[in-house]
Ligand binder design. Structure first.
Ligand code: URA
Ligand code: SF4
Length: 194
């Protein structure tokens, strides 16, 4: 069996050369994801923004600063978790992801989850929540993020169980103090999973 490191390396090489959707034309660097290969908690955002596109690292701009603060507030180190996105390349001007792009790109995310085997998948924002809920057969439980943020959904299969937790996207807290407080409150649920 191949090692986790090699399998993630394979994904990285594929993503770096990927042309499966038109976003490759406008990206500077794809953002594959980073963090612990044995992470118990995996965070999935929407897609790279300006700073991420320039550096190749996820959540390294303003939204990343919020995410760092949220992690710190519950005593979780960024290097202990894995952080990635549903789209690996930046949509121009940070526009919303298109469904064809999500369809083309999410097999990478699915493989990342398959390889890392986190106990908890945290979906950041609406797009990520919808994708993750559909993937895990929770489609009938999708309501607006304002209804389900911070709630723990458990999906059991024959051999394993995985927890899915939707959160507001940290970017909303860069311009809204109330949102930061809601996110801080919601993140407390992660204390029991670290
Ligand atoms: N927003 C996201 O959804 N992902 C990032 O990596 C950065 C900002
Ligand atoms: Fe490939 Fe995803 Fe980038 Fe599209 S967004 S080119 S599918 S890596």
């Amino acid at each position: 069996m191949k090692k986790v490191k090699e399998e993630l390396e394979e994904i990285k090489n594929e993503v770096l050369n990927c042309k499966k959707c038109p976003l490759y034309k406008t990206r500077t660097y794809p953002v594959v994801g980073e963090g612990s290969h044995r992470a118990k908690i995996l965070f999935c955002g929407e897609g790279p923004g300006f700073n991420e596109d320039r550096t190749g690292y996820p959540f390294c701009g303003a939204a990343g600063k919020i995410l760092d603060e949220l992690l710190e507030s519950v005593g979780i180190k960024r290097k202990e978790v894995y952080i990635t996105n549903i789209l690996k390349c930046r949509p121009p001007k940070n526009r919303k992801p298109k469904s064809e792009e999500i369809k083309a790109c999410t097999p990478y995310l699915e493989r990342q989850i398959e390889i890392i085997k986190p106990k908890v998948v945290c979906a950041l924002g609406n797009y990520s929540t919808v994708f993750i809920f559909e993937k895990y057969g929770l489609k009938n439980q999708i309501q607006g993020i304002s209804k389900i943020h911070g709630k723990v959904f458990e999906v059991k299969t024959l051999f394993k169980s995985i927890k899915i937790i939707p959160f507001y996207h940290p970017a909303v807290a860069t311009y809204n103090r109330n949102m930061k407080e809601i996110l801080e409150k919601d993140f407390k649920v992660l204390e029991k999973f670290k």
